[in-house]
Ligand binder design. Sequence first.
Ligand code: 2AM
Length: 156
Amino acid sequence: MRLFFASWPPAGVASALSAWAQAARRDCGGRATRPDRIHLTLAFLGDADPDEARATAAAVRLPGCAFAIEQARYWVHNRIVWVGPAETPAELSALAEVLGEERGFAAHVTLLRKARPAALPPVPALEWPVPEFVLVGSRLSAEGPSYEVLGRYALG
Ligand code: 2AM
């Protein structure tokens, strides 16, 4: 099981982003993230020890924050279409760092995989609150990854 820390959006934000992904898919093709799986990864830990991850999470003393969905982009290197803030907010970078993200953290929400580059529709103006974060276990199966929430942690 691979572990990651993430922020899940409120249902209204997830459904608005899912509708946007369906619109973008008309030109970009690929596979849209299911609305219930739309998330912002804060730190990808991979094949890590769940107890260590829980201890790291429980020690976090940082305030809640929020970010705005302000842009949509295509990344050629992994063929994803994502949306996110124009600049990664400092509060999110600080959270990603204490949670163990080792690569440079770039706040992005993957909405299409295996997509091709094309003009993207304008993004809806959305505010994504981050009052808490979750520890998630991801298992790969023939039907794709399945996620299990292993812990939920409130921010201050
Ligand atoms: P992505 O959306 O950019 O693919 C669960 O797999 C989450 O962890 C995804 O949101 C994924 O980001 C992220 N992630 C980061 N690094 C990863 C890696 N090396 N392998 C798989 N997922 C990774």
